[in-house]
Design a protein around this ligand. Structure first.
Ligand code: FCB
Length: 471
């Protein structure tokens, strides 16, 4: 086990999922405020109206972060809190909230990592066509400029967008995520093209206008395939490396690599459709071939806008598929054995996703990596004696961290890890059904309780990952 000496240990959240204060102090509505009011869209009609009331309790929450010993905190800014109509008018009270949060964090010795867009799109801009409208590129640029001009003297770490694969994929395609439209594949590709351009412009604005030298990245879904191997499910902190034998077959590794780095279907469950244009300056050929006539019209200059070097690549990783090579070397997904561990959302646990995911993406893009999200959803509650005994979360996290450490030892430039999530929160369509937090939130009283995982994580951080034992 081991991590670089300056490794960034953090936790992550997003605005809509924790803030509440949905119409406080001049905030405009987001597409999520709208969606939550539509019947049948969210589990039991839950909304983010109050959520964990982080809007009212940010200072207290920073105190809890300090107690855990977090080195960094990843949070997102609610675009319509800062610009109620998405463009034009700036809501001073909204900006002041984030300014106070940043100041509290810095005073506590915690480095802020800001995500500009984590899905709570301004409703007013949605009505003007959202990402389908080419003007959306300029809208995001304008919003970036407002935030950067106000916070960049104190914030140095920026992420433009979170998981375009999700907000453009299931959201627009299947109609269960805002904006809830059912779009054709061609329309989704156009929206993705504009999103990528908006990302590129945002990077340019941050670089040109930040007052302190910025470090700029993004947070993408890591869609990872791992090679089948007898050790996939075993926990071995020293790490079963290939050199020590017992690792997967070379042809299975190759199959997993190829599938991780390919576009295979008319959906957005891909890494390369987004990362190739941004980091290599072109759409991946296999996708272009597959999408054919659905491809968006790429105008002169578009790819140059999209192609902006990044200081880091953030991956959000929870699970993975297991792959083996067929007789002709082609990869095929193999199922999980009965009873394979799952979280409360029924996502399968695959710790090696952090090893292979980090490795495959680093080999292709040569960009320093952060794990910007990784965590476990449970059905935790406060025990009669006041403790929250979430040992499954602890075990999940140490298995994944062990694999991340192995990636680092094998030469991947891994800079940090953000646990998802700091607090129990509003999990989109699932409402408050599952809990991802290191800190338990009673959604009636809004009382916070540090779970056992938070105490364990505090120990991991203070030992820089050298000790992950469970007390
Ligand atoms: C990711 C999202 C995050 C949270 C986790 C569980 O896809 O970025 O907001 O919902 O999943």
């Amino acid at each position: 086990m081991g991590f670089p000496s300056n490794f960034v240990w953090g936790a992550a959240t997003s605005s809509y999922q924790i803030e509440g204060g949905w119409n406080a102090d001049g905030k405009g509505p987001s597409v999520w405020d709208t969606l939550c009011r539509r019947e049948g869209m969210i589990y039991q009609g839950h909304t983010g109206d109050v959520a964990a009331d982080h809007y009212g309790r940010a200072a207290h929450d920073v105190g809890l972060m300090k107690q855990i010993g977090l080195k960094a905190y990843r949070f997102s800014i609610s675009w319509p809190r800062v610009m109620p109509e998405g463009v034009g008018r700036v809501n001073e009270a909204g900006l002041a909230f984030y300014e106070r949060l940043v100041d509290e964090l810095l005073a506590a010795g915690i480095t802020p990592y800001v995500t500009l867009f984590h899905w709570d799109y301004p409703q007013a801009l949605h009505e003007r066509g959202s990402w389908l409208n080419r003007e959306s590129v300029g809208w995001f640029e304008e919003y970036t400029r407002v935030v950067v001009s106000r916070l960049s003297d104190r914030v140095r770490h920026w992420m433009t967008i979170n998981e375009p694969q999700i907000f453009l994929g299931p959201s627009e395609g299947e109609g269960f995520h805002p904006p809830g439209n059912r779009l054709s594949h061609g329309e989704r590709l156009l929206a993705a093209h504009h999103t990528l351009m908006a990302h590129g412009r945002s990077v340019q604005v941050i670089r040109a206008e930040a007052k302190a030298r910025p470090s700029v990245g993004w947070a993408l879904v890591g869609r990872i395939k791992v090679p089948a191997s007898p050790s996939v499910w075993n926990f071995d902190p020293s790490g079963p490396t290939l050199e020590h034998g017992g690792g997967p077959r070379a042809e299975d590794i190759e199959a997993a690599r190829r599938l991780t780095l390919s576009v295979k279907a008319k959906d957005f469950w891909t890494n390369t459709w987004f990362a190739d244009p941004a980091l290599l300056g072109r759409y991946p050929e296999d996708g272009v071939r597959l999408y054919g006539a659905d491809m968006p019209r790429v105008r002169p200059g578009d790819m140059e806008t999209i192609h902006q070097p990044l200081d880091f690549y953030g991956i959000n990783v929870y699970d993975a598929e297991v792959v083996e090579a067929g007789p002709g070397g082609e990869g095929r997904v193999v199922g999980f054995p009965p009873g394979h561990p799952q979280n409360a959302l029924r996502w399968f646990l695959v710790p090696q996703a952090l090893y292979w995911g980090a490795k495959f993406l680093y080999e292709r893009y040569r960009t320093p990596l952060y794990v910007t999200e990784n965590g476990f959803s449970g059905l935790d509650w406060v025990d009669a004696d006041g403790k929250v005994r979430d040992y499954a979360r602890i075990d999940y996290t140490r298995r994944y961290l062990a694999e991340l450490s192995r990636a680092w030892r094998d030469g991947v430039d891994v800079r940090g890890y953000f646990h998802w999530s700091l607090l129990d929160n509003f999990e989109w369509q699932q409402g408050y059904k599952e809990r991802f937090g290191l800190i338990h939130v009673d959604f009636t009283t809004l009382k916070r309780t540090l779970k056992e995982s938070a105490k364990w994580y505090a120990g991991v951080i203070s030992a820089n990952g050298a000790d992950m034992s469970v007390g």
